[in-house]
Design a binder for this molecule. Structure first.
Ligand code: GLA
Length: 413
């Protein structure tokens, strides 16, 4: 018995795989002993490693948590935050959260203040998410005296500028990076968003803009962000353009989404927009997003050079890996069968490690400086309700019961 325990201990020490624990926790993965909280994830990697703090309205997820809960030192989420040196609010800095719900009302800073104060008190950096986005923005922002009740371009620009000014007057240089504009490119056809959520594009077209000029609002947003950041003590604040589905090429319409996003970034640089970097959201699926393709995407965008000779920096700003693979025909599946789950979680761990090793190479080459996960535990992830409601997914580093998954162990190994 002593002999067996000894072997288990050696395996445990060498591999950090906790073969001696009996029952795996609900949701798979391996139990992590208490003392392993001392193995801090972000200390293992040279780039910054961050996470989204679970939000109050997490896309209808079955989360019982909110930001105040996560920031409460007694909560299990709070303990997990120790592993990250950057935080981003899952929802609490989005336009619809801080902006008044009716035009002319007051801003609500309660939860964003809590997050900023927490980060400062705990020596963590903050990503601001997000200034301008078609989604999670109050309806009044897009309504007005233009075509079919839409805002005119002047109304829209006045509101955009006022919002950006308000946010920088509030937080100045306390937030290191801002997602200035999110998800500009359409996912199903070439060019800027034209789907039901293309509210900015509609107003640009109402105003007679065509071609690349349909992106004029993006350029304006960057100019205002720089102007008001600088005016409020935020000259070091870095400004990002972010999107999903642009990390690797796939064709829809007559071009790839990646090429359209690249053309937008290049156009912004040509217009001398004060853009500092590109945020790849990084919502990936196990088996469907090869690390080599994402590596090539980082090379492609980090090669873009501003007029002052500085290259764009890349951040992976919303990383998660769904364990449901379209390539394996699981696009409509709600669960993964028990006999497949353990293998999936091991493959997930290997994939996280491959990606982090690749990110380190990019960091060493000066192309990438931060990687943020979109959430803390599998139970809070938006992927339990996307693309299908009621899914049980396992995309992150910590189990539903706040213990570490094999993926975490491979990253600190
Ligand atoms: C996008 C947004 C995020 C979040 C996720 C889903 O990626 O940028 O703010 O809403 O979708 O949770």
């Amino acid at each position: 018995m002593k002999y067996i325990t000894g072997i288990c201990l050696i395996i445990f020490l060498i591999f950090g795989i906790f073969s001696c624990t009996s029952e795996p926790p609900p949701g798979g993965g391996v139990e992590i002993p208490e003392f392993d909280d001392d193995i801090i994830l972000h200390e293992k990697w040279p780039f910054l490693v961050g996470a989204a703090v679970p939000g109050a309205r997490t896309n209808n997820s079955n989360a019982a948590s909110d930001v105040a809960n996560a920031l409460n030192p007694g909560s299990p989420q709070h303990r997990l935050l120790n592993h990250f040196n950057v935080v981003v609010a899952e929802n609490e800095m989005k336009p619809d959260y801080i902006m008044p719900s009716a035009q002319g009302g007051a801003y609500n800073w309660t939860d964003s203040d809590a997050l900023v104060n927490y980060a400062e008190a705990n020596n963590k950096k903050i990503r601001g998410h997000v200034l301008i986005w078609h989604d999670q923005t109050p309806d009044w922002f897009f309504r007005g005296n233009g075509t079919s009740g839409r805002a005119t371009i002047d109304e829209l620009y006045e509101r955009m500028e006022a919002h950006i000014k308000t946010v920088f007057e509030k937080y100045g240089g306390r937030i290191e990076w801002w997602d200035v504009v999110n998800e500009v490119i359409d996912h199903d056809q070439s060019g800027p968003r034209r789907d039901s959520r293309g509210r900015y594009t509609e107003i640009m077209i109402d105003a007679g803009k065509s071609g690349m000029d349909r992106y004029e609002y993006v350029l304006k947003a960057f100019e205002w962000a720089r102007q008001y950041a600088d005016a409020n003590g935020g000259t070091d604040v870095k400004l990002y353009l972010t999107d999903f589905g642009v990390e690797r090429p796939f064709t829809r319409g007559t071009s790839t989404k990646q090429d359209d996003f690249y053309d937008l970034a290049a156009w912004l640089i040509e217009k001398d927009a004060p853009i500092d970097g590109i945020g790849f959201q990084g919502h990936f699926r196990l088996y469907d997003h090869p690390v080599e393709q994402i590596s090539a995407g980082i090379d492609m965008f980090s090669a873009l050079e501003r007029k002052d000779g500085r290259n764009l920096m890349i951040q992976i700003c919303e990383l998660d890996f769904s364990i449901f693979s379209n390539a394996k025909g699981e696009g409509q599946a709600l669960t993964i069968s028990n006999n497949l789950l353990n293998e999936r979680l091991t493959d997930l761990a290997a994939t996280y490690r491959d990606f982090f090793d690749m990110f380190k190479e990019k960091y060493d080459e000066g192309k990438l400086d931060a990687v943020l996960l979109w959430g803390l535990t599998d139970g809070h992830s938006w992927l339990n309700n996307h693309p299908l409601t009621g899914r049980t997914d396992y995309p992150l580093l910590f189990n539903r019961n706040y213990t570490a998954k094999e993926a975490y162990i491979r990253l600190v190994d």
